[in-house]
Design a binder for this molecule. Structure first.
Ligand code: 13P
Ligand code: SF4
Length: 301
């Protein structure tokens, strides 16, 4: 029974001195048992600050890896090792090294949705919450390569007026959100605002009132004066939106925009991970040191 699984998780969480972190796209029941739920940047900050001995990361592989980069002495567990991010897999360290060789002197900004080995080859990381700030902080007299998300890169380019060399990666889940869906919903709900994630295609971002990180969408919804908000991102965010805003209605632009990797984490797998301490994330020390420099430069901004 679910309540028995939750009791067992709670008992082991105490025994193991574990912190359970969950991304805003996790299943509702995972968000409900987590010690902290947040966007990529907020979760990185939690991982860096915690005294817990064990971090159970309910999210995807690059997120758990970032926690390990920041907290090498802690055990970081990913309850399902197959919870990856297809966008992060769209660039390898070899491909990035070749791209850097094509643009001598270029600085590299990498979205945290990337492997530790890719982060190790970058100058600074960013998340969707701080991409604009990070791009603005780059030396103005040198070119900037932005990897792997072409759409977040395009968004940062538009907002900063800075020309970026974009890598052609994208999020398959956010590609399911289209302008046609937004136009149809706006026609059905006149006067209602639309907020989307900057991983959406540029025409979708253009059609929306705001493009924000998942944490930004949650903050925006809390202060939003209207009754109904149209939301263009992965549907896991609807759980927290509803919980934090009783009385407001949130309409997904596409209720099929579901990240299958995020949904791999279940209560059963969280329990199994605490029981048998699986699956510990490891990052080779030389790569970790270099990747840490990129993550720390971001956190310092
Ligand atoms: P946030 O940093 O906005 O939470 O986004 C992470 C992510 O994977 C979006 O697809
Ligand atoms: Fe990766 Fe997209 Fe899933 Fe985020 S929603 S983890 S970018 S595949």
């Amino acid at each position: 029974m679910t309540s028995d699984i939750i009791k067992a998780i709670d008992r082991l969480r105490q025994q193991r001195q574990a912190l359970i972190l969950a991304h805003n796209y996790q299943r509702g029941e995972i968000q409900d048992i987590a010690d902290f739920v947040g966007d990529s940047l907020e979760l990185s900050r939690q991982a860096a600050a915690t005294d817990a001995r064990v971090i159970v990361f309910c999210g995807v592989h690059f997120m758990a890896e970032t926690a390990k980069i920041l907290s090498p002495d802690k055990t970081v567990l990913l309850p399902d090792l197959h919870a990856g991010c297809p966008m992060a897999d769209m660039i390898t360290p070899e491909q990035l090294a070749a791209e850097k060789a094509k643009h001598p002197g270029a600085q590299v900004v990498c979205y945290v949705n990337s492997s530790a080995a890719v982060k190790a080859l970058c100058d600074v990381c960013c998340t969707s919450a701080n991409a604009i700030k990070v791009v603005e902080a780059m030396a103005p007299d040198r070119p900037v390569i932005f990897v792997p998300d072409q759409y977040l890169g395009h968004y940062a380019q538009e907002k900063t007026g800075r020309e970026l060399i974009l890598w052609p990666g994208y999020c398959p889940t956010h590609m399911k959100i289209t302008v046609e869906q937004i136009v149809a919903l706006k026609a059905q709900h006149p006067g209602v605002e639309v907020v989307v994630h900057p991983e959406c295609r540029p025409d979708v971002v253009q059609a929306a009132d705001q493009a924000l990180s998942t944490g930004g969408i949650l903050r925006y919804a809390r202060s939003y004066q209207g009754q109904t908000l149209i939301v263009g991102t992965e549907t896991g965010i609807l759980h927290r939106l509803a919980k934090e805003n009783p009385g407001k209605t949130f309409i997904p632009v596409n209720d099929k925009a579901v990240c299958p990797n995020m949904k791999r984490i279940t209560l059963e797998k969280v329990l199994a991970s605490l029981e048998s301490m699986r699956h510990p994330i490891e990052v080779p020390e030389d790569i970790r040191q270099k990747a840490l420099a990129s993550v720390e430069r971001m956190l310092a901004l």
